[in-house]
Design a protein around this ligand. Sequence first.
Ligand SMILES: Cc1cc2nc3c(=O)[nH]c(=O)nc-3n(C[C@H](O)[C@H](O)[C@H](O)COP(=O)(O)O)c2cc1C
Length: 208
Amino acid sequence: MISLPTPNYNSKTSIENALYKRRSIRSYKNEPLAIEEVSQLLWAAYGITRKIEKGPAYIRGGLRTAPSAGALYPLEIYLIAGNVTSLEPGIYKYRPQDHKLEMILKGDKRNELCVAGFNQKMIKNAPANIVYSAIYKRTCKKYGIRGRERYVCMDLGHSAENIYLQAVSLNIGTCGIGSFSDIKVKEVLNMPKEEEPLYIMPIGKLKN
Ligand SMILES: Cc1cc2nc3c(=O)[nH]c(=O)nc-3n(C[C@H](O)[C@H](O)[C@H](O)COP(=O)(O)O)c2cc1C
């Protein structure tokens, strides 16, 4: 288990400027990402912003940076690290409850993820990738088919946009990738059966 650096809650980038500059970026500087940058992006995605320790179990730690239907938080977030300072290459799962990373697999898996992503080169060229999956039953238990057809992907959109906007303020590029082989991504990440992969977001420093 790896403790991530505490995220910043302020920056010089206004929300308006981040919205204005947000773009999908598919090529990055060949430099490592700092663990602080990765920590900030993961916090932006799904970090806890109001702790709820004695609440219902499904809240799992508290309310987050992103809204979620019924506060059921169906998303799981992985970091596929290849070139991140102070972080051994490998696959990690983000734990919002205590802002930690849990190692799932050792080794640089960017190439394998790239193949699973129909050889979209930015996946292997980026120093790291963030991958989203969802446990649909968390949301569907309460909302049924509406949860499956609407709410889980709405939750994903809220969270992924946070990564896009946070990346602007860190001078980092990212690109949402929805086109990949579900089966292969599941294999590379050794995902539990109940999880469905939804989105890959390579992250890397901007070229200029
Ligand atoms: C759900 C979704 C899936 C996407 N999948 C891919 C993808 O597989 N590969 C890719 O290069 N871009 C992908 N994109 C990025 C879009 O191509 C991009 O958002 C669009 O061209 C608009 O450009 P912008 O984001 O810079 O404004 C995806 C975007 C979304 C929202």
